[in-house]
Design a protein around this ligand. Structure first.
Ligand code: NI
Length: 183
């Protein structure tokens, strides 16, 4: 099963609002499988389609290995919409497979309600809290072309600049396949 190269900061598709899915067919199911494999190969807990250079509103999440989240099954969300954001916001330290070696504290809503299509074309609506909400919001951000640096204040963003440049130039050690040059 193929492991896809992951796009990194600087790749244009990460800045794109990706397109909704209109048809869930065998091709798409196999794409979703590749996304799960690619995410797990990189020890990630979430992966959005534009992180594997696909212009599609899909992301996959698996936090079942994380302590106290083993009850959350691996999930694919197609055409997700955030219906509700809690006023209560929390800060968590985040990383991203498209920003290798970079970490930053990001403030986001603690709880959300999200609607999405599952792989069987059923509309699902769920509430998510804690790390689950966090990962959904992070992946949803990818689908609208946003990344961690867009969610921190300017002084923090300025501090990240050097690291971002290194990532863009692929001058970072990464132990999973990334796109070879800027796409
Ligand atoms: Ni990410």
């Amino acid at each position: 099963m193929p492991i896809l190269p992951i796009t990194v900061y600087g790749d244009s598709i990460l800045r794109k609002k990706v397109a909704p899915i209109t048809q869930i067919d065998d091709n798409l199911i196999s794409t979703i499988r590749d996304m799960f494999n690619t995410m797990r190969n990189a020890y990630g807990i979430g992966l959005a389609a534009n992180q594997v250079n696909l212009n599609k509103q899909i992301f996959v999440i698996d936090i079942s290995e994380i302590e106290s989240y083993s009850h959350i099954k691996p999930v694919v969300m197609i055409n997700p919409k955030i219906l509700l954001y809690s006023d209560e916001r929390v800060v968590m330290n985040e990383g991203c497979l498209s920003l290798p070696n970079l970490r930053a504290d990001v403030e986001r809503s603690k709880m959300i309600k999200v609607q999405y299509l599952d792989a069987d074309e059923n509309i699902q609506e769920i509430e998510a809290d804690g790390l689950f909400a966090r990962v959904i919001l992070h992946e949803y951000d990818h689908l609208i072309g946003k990344m961690i640096p867009d969610r921190v204040c300017k002084p923090v963003r300025d501090k990240l600049k050097k690291e971002l440049l290194l990532i863009k130039n692929r001058e970072v050690d990464v132990d999973y396949p990334i796109t070879e040059k800027k796409i």
